[in-house]
Design a binder for this molecule. Structure first.
Ligand SMILES: Cc1cc2nc3c(=O)[nH]c(=O)nc-3n(C[C@H](O)[C@H](O)[C@H](O)COP(=O)(O)OP(=O)(O)OC[C@H]3O[C@@H](n4cnc5c(N)ncnc54)[C@H](O)[C@@H]3O)c2cc1C
Length: 437
């Protein structure tokens, strides 16, 4: 058999199902202009991807293979390759709307086989007894635990493959025209070693601590396979570590992919309720620049802009503030996160924004409104996280940073007063949602 191995969200050789097909292969990666054209020239993800594409090419070369790299639309690439006598294209499943439409188009040019890699479960593998998709996380999670077997995480054994003769030129990332610095979070195994899984449950909500794995970007681009991560969990479990809380979060990732697969419109449209938010460019701008005057919100946005990461609890606080206190359309905020998160994933991001806005499948409705001040007092008591990203507030006592009234009274030279009052904004949001639901 002669196959094209299309690497996409699986930029690694270790435990990669694409390498378990015997025969002649043409491994390739495509820089797709439909995706690239939407990115800013200093997009941090491009630094990450370019590094890992180069690394993948080297690893394949060490196995006697190589990686052909294209800068073109997948359609044109496969139109060029189709006459060369390939039996099939093999790629790992990718389930957002764009990816599925793209794959459908390619399947008209060459036989197309999807293999399971990005997720533990295929998005249609866990369904309710009546064959319909789960809409609530807990039953989905229970089904996942029930159906999970060691086969789901079995390591893929590499097969004997020979390289199809083609032009495997050196990778020149400069032709892409990006100038992003390479992020520091490059080695997934280093991240995994540093991560204290045993403290995950107690530490994960405290944003100043490194209590979470920071593996999101690696799972996003497959530089760490989810099967390998789960095998690591199994080893830890045998050593007595409570791995369930972390497994649960990984299943949220599966749940969101499952939802988007079954309800593609959730990428941009509410699942429930008709409220859409009130467009206000100035408020959106203040949020995106980290200038709302609410320290925990601004620190979160600055963390995102500086590093490409935002701590999960801070993501929840910021998005609640954006959709409830500022009453802005969640889709605008979602696009802002999409532009800056290294671990950006269409399903997790859109569904999490809908969760915060109260418009999603979540049975907890729109009236969940976080108080950003009590949140920061609880999870960043000494304001270590806040002042890490807002150094201009280093001389302000932590108590003031968690106290709205004190912030309104303080006359800081370079940091603004809050742009909204919590109580008033909360009441306004509730009235707005009541009216439109
Ligand atoms: C508004 C909002 C937007 C988000 N956008 C994204 C996104 O674009 N991409 C993304 O991967 N996650 C997103 N998340 C989920 C979560 O915040 C990140 O996965 C997590 O912060 C990544 O850090 P970590 O790798 O240290 O996570 P850990 O806590 O170490 O979790 C391990 C992995 O589990 C998965 N995971 C953990 N929590 C969640 C969750 N709540 N939902 C889905 N998957 C989860 C991720 O793959 C994560 O890397 C979003 C959450 C919110 C509230």
């Amino acid at each position: 058999m002669r196959r094209i191995l299309w690497f996409r969200r699986d930029l690694r050789v270790r435990d990669n199902p694409l390498l378990s097909f015997e025969g002649e292969v043409l491994p390739l990666f495509i820089f797709d202009p439909a995706i690239l054209d939407e990115l800013s020239k200093d997009d941090k993800r491009m630094g990450f991807i370019c590094h890992h594409v180069q690394h993948l090419k080297q690893e394949l070369q060490e196995r006697g293979l190589d990686l052909a790299i294209f800068y073109d639309t997948p359609k044109r690439v496969f139109e060029t390759l189709a006459p060369l006598g390939f039996d099939e294209v093999v790629a790992s499943g990718d389930f957002d709307t764009y990816a599925m439409a793209r794959d459908r188009e390619i399947s008209h040019l060459l036989p197309f086989r999807l293999v399971k890699d990005t997720y533990v479960f295929n998005p249609d593998e866990l369904l309710k007894k009546d064959g319909t998709p789960y809409l609530v996380f807990t039953p989905f999670y229970n089904a996942a635990k029930e159906r999970f077997t060691p086969l789901h995480v079995k390591e893929c054994v590499p097969a004997t493959q020979t390289l199809f003769p083609y032009m495997y030129t050196a990778f020149d990332k400069d032709v892409l025209g990006f100038n992003a610095p390479t992020p520091t979070t490059l080695d997934p195994h280093y991240a995994l070693e540093r991560f204290a899984l045993e403290h995950y449950l107690s530490a994960r909500d405290f944003m100043a601590q490194e209590g979470t794995s920071r593996l999101g970007v690696h799972l996003r681009f497959g530089t760490l396979g989810v099967r390998e991560l789960l095998r690591h969990l199994a080893t830890q479990k045998k050593e007595g570590v409570n791995t369930e809380p972390f497994f649960r979060q990984l299943m949220f990732r599966e749940f969101y992919a499952h939802l988007l697969f079954h309800f593609p419109s959730l990428e941009t449209q509410n699942f429930r309720y008709s409220f859409q938010g009130v467009p206000d460019v100035a408020l959106h701008q203040a949020f995106c620049e980290g200038k709302t005057g609410v320290p925990i919100v601004d620190a979160g946005v600055r963390e995102l802009l500086q590093t490409g990461f935002m701590h999960n609890r801070v993501r929840m606080i910021c998005t609640s503030f954006y959709t409830k206190h500022l009453l802005l359309p969640w889709q605008w905020g979602e696009r802002f996160f999409a532009a800056h998160l290294l671990d950006y994933d269409r399903a997790s991001n859109a569904l999490s924004w809908q969760w915060s806005a109260g418009t999603g499948v979540d049975p907890q409705p729109y009236f969940r409104i976080f108080n950003p001040y009590t949140q920061s007092a609880k999870f960043d008591k000494d304001a270590v996280y806040i002042t890490r990203f807002l150094p201009e507030l280093r001389d302000t006592p932590a108590k003031t940073l968690h106290n709205e009234a004190a912030l309104f009274e303080s006359n800081h030279a370079t940091y603004p007063k809050p742009i909204v009052k919590h109580k008033e904004a909360r009441e306004k949001a509730l009235a707005h949602f009541e009216r439109l639901r």
